[in-house]
Design a protein around this ligand. Structure first.
Ligand SMILES: NC(=O)C1=CN([C@@H]2O[C@H](COP(=O)(O)OP(=O)(O)OC[C@H]3O[C@@H](n4cnc5c(N)ncnc54)[C@H](O)[C@@H]3O)[C@@H](O)[C@H]2O)C=CC1
Ligand SMILES: CC(=O)C(=O)O
Ligand SMILES: [Mg+2]
Length: 374
């Protein structure tokens, strides 16, 4: 198969979808790999390393899209890329469709095959291609939150860990999945007083077992959220309903109950955000203030630490990319249901239920294209 890796064009997105090591594996399997020049530079990989690994370098984004049967990316295609994607072309990347209708419509119209990292799902409900970036973003959420709590950056001016004789800051984490757990670990390690909320009681039991004593768990419901927001300094949004738009757990009216300088880090922004006042921001201009409450809503947080994130992401994606390249997407998805669940749009049909529901579009089961092999 011919595989193309474009350079990411989202603001401050320094990750790349394939390392030279990954290019070598695909080449060894007999595939042709094309990398856009300098695509790996932000992650520390030079063109020459890809060439040594058996890949070829192309001069611009247009030639990568024109040549490839499968595009491997990191972030969702953005507007200038919509017209480059061709009918029947396989695009393997994060899409987060439910949060952005124009992208959904564009990928329906171009009749490509969209396989979304974020909905590839194992039988135990884990999301193997989201996990590594959720680990990164969860850990970063506390580092960013701690920074924006500083007074010159418009936060309350409170140190997460406190000091002897002065109480630590209070951190509230909405959602105790991968992002939430990693956020809690970091916040606890820095000495904060941490509370994690989730709907899943089993998950809360597990977290209660494994977390240190400065982490408490609390059932997620509107009453409990309203009770806690007025006393917490840093609030991290980390809920997910796979493929769907995030529920608004913090509504506009709740901001007035928070103390001035409270910091909200809505990691769930890529699925629309779990805080009503959240709108996507960039690493260049990451924050804004509403009602004296600071919002940080960067949709590609891991893009800021590409040395870590590119390796973590490609460790997870490469085995799936090899299956897709070796077998083609139909056979690869027939043989591997986890991968098939990543199918979101096929040749104009929305095949992922939560995406269809988000925009009131018809849902076509992916079996239309795979047969009833499962
Ligand atoms: N902004 C960024 O750069 C990044 C964003 N993300 C996003 O972070 C979000 C969280 O991802 P993960 O932690 O991997 O998901 P996950 O599936 O591991 O965890 C989500 C948790 O939310 C809980 N939940 C669902 N509804 C809830 C509610 N009403 N109240 C409380 N908890 C609720 C679930 O029970 C689950 O434990 C996703 O939207 C993901 O795409 C992930 C990586 C990077
Ligand atoms: C998951 C995601 O949106 C990211 O890594 O940017
Ligand atoms: Mg994102």
């Amino acid at each position: 198969m011919i595989i193309g890796v474009p350079k990411e064009i989202k603001n401050n997105e320094n990750r790349v979808a394939l390392t030279p090591g990954g290019a070598q594996e695909l080449s060894k399997h007999g595939h042709e790999v094309y990398i856009q020049t300098t695509a790996g530079e932000g992650s520390g990989f030079m063109d020459e390393e890809y060439v040594e690994a058996g890949a070829q370098i192309l001069p611009d984004i247009e030639s990568v899209y024109a040549k490839a049967e499968m595009i491997m990316k990191v972030k969702e295609p953005i507007e200038p890329e919509y017209k480059l994607i061709r009918e029947d072309q396989l695009v393997f990347t994060y899409f987060h469709f439910a949060s952005y209708e124009p992208l959904t419509r564009a990928m329906i119209d171009n009749k490509s095959v969209c396989l979304a990292y974020e909905t590839v799902e194992r039988p135990d409900k884990s999301l193997p291609l989201l996990v590594p970036m959720s680990e990164v973003a969860g850990r970063m959420s506390i580092q960013e939150g701690a920074k924006y709590l500083e007074k010159p950056l418009k936060g309350r001016g409170i140190l997460l860990g406190g000091v002897p004789g002065v109480r630590p800051a209070k951190v509230l984490i909405l959602g105790g999945g991968v992002v939430g757990t990693n956020a809690a670990k970091m916040a606890a390690g820095m000495g904060a007083d941490v509370t994690i909320m989730d709907l899943n009681l089993q998950r809360l039991r597990y977290l209660d077992d494994i977390m240190p004593a400065n982490v408490n768990t609390f059932m997620s419901n509107e009453y409990n959220i309203r009770e806690l927001i007025s006393t917490h300094d840093l609030i991290v949004g980390a809920v997910l309903i796979p493929g769907a738009k995030a529920p608004h757990l913090i509504t506009r009216d709740m901001l007035k109950d928070m103390r001035p300088g409270t910091v909200l880090v809505d990691v769930a922004v890529d699925q629309g955000g779990c805080i009503e006042t959240c709108k996507p921001t960039t690493h260049q201009d990451p924050t804004y203030i509403i009602d004296d409450v600071l919002h940080y809503c960067v949709a590609n947080m891991p893009g800021a630490v590409p040395y870590t994130s590119t390796l973590a992401l490609t460790n997870a994606t490469l085995p799936f990319a090899i299956q897709l390249a070796n077998k083609g997407w139909v056979k690869a998805c027939q043989d591997n249901r986890d991968l098939a669940l990543g199918l979101n749009i096929i040749k104009g049909d929305v095949v992922y239920d939560a995406v269809a529901e988000a925009f009131d579009l018809p849902h076509v089961p992916f079996e239309k294209y795979l047969g009833n092999a499962h």
